[in-house]
Write a protein that binds this ligand. Structure first.
Ligand code: SAM
Length: 190
């Protein structure tokens, strides 16, 4: 057996939870790789809601989706993911099957614009509430930059405190690698 790397494992979790026709969220669309991945899974009958605070990220994601022919099933919001509950229409609440948050800064963009613990935790809290039973939320945590370390610690405190009757929380991490490699926290709604 070969252990899965972080990004392939994140996708394996998403694959297990999200199917054709489902509803999913990309909490940090960035350059749109994960948004496209989700859009391909949910297909024409599903919907993906994507968030990013940067105009550049929304533009890059729009372009990627359009070029690949997957823009119809995606709604993009140029705003913080902590607005998820108010922006995602209420008929979708309780139906979210998968969500992904690739934290940190936009690759190729401004490294000073990073995800922050208060809005990330608020978004996670809202999405847990909106998820369907057995829905999965995947957080990929980058903690090589100073703000990433603060976010990591606060997120770990938050997810560790979640009621085990409500969610299962998994931590998938290579613990003998140097240079703070990214790791995964996955939250499955029971
Ligand atoms: N998954 C993306 C991809 O496939 O390219 C990469 C995401 S990148 C690591 C993190 C993104 O989070 C950045 O584009 C950044 O602008 C965005 N971000 C930072 N704070 C945010 C917030 N409060 N709400 C939504 N997005 C945010």
């Amino acid at each position: 057996m070969k252990l899965k790397g972080i990004l392939p494992f994140a996708r394996q979790l998403i694959d297990a939870a999200v199917s054709e026709g489902d509803i999913a969220i990309d909490g940090t669309v960035g350059n749109g790789h994960d948004t496209l991945y989700l859009a391909k899974i949910v297909g024409d009958n599903g919907r993906v809601f994507g968030f990013d605070i940067q105009e550049q990220a929304i533009a890059n994601t729009k372009e990627r989706l359009t070029n690949e022919g997957f823009s119809d099933q995606v709604t993009l919001f140029q705003t913080s993911h902590d607005q998820a509950k108010s922006l995602i229409p209420s008929p979708y609440h309780g139906k979210i099957k998968g969500a992904i948050f690739n934290l940190g800064y936009l690759p190729g963009g401004n490294k000073e614009i990073v995800t922050t613990p208060v809005s990330t935790i608020s978004a996670v809290e809202q999405i847990i509430e909106m998820m369907a039973p057995e829905g999965i939320l995947v957080l990929v945590i980058y903690h090589g930059h100073p703000e990433g370390q603060i976010e990591r610690d606060q997120l770990l405190d938050y997810v560790t405190s979640l009621d085990q009757k409500l969610v299962h929380v998994l931590n998938y991490q290579f613990i003998n690698q140097t240079n703070n490699p990214p790791f995964i926290i996955a939250v499955e709604k029971r």
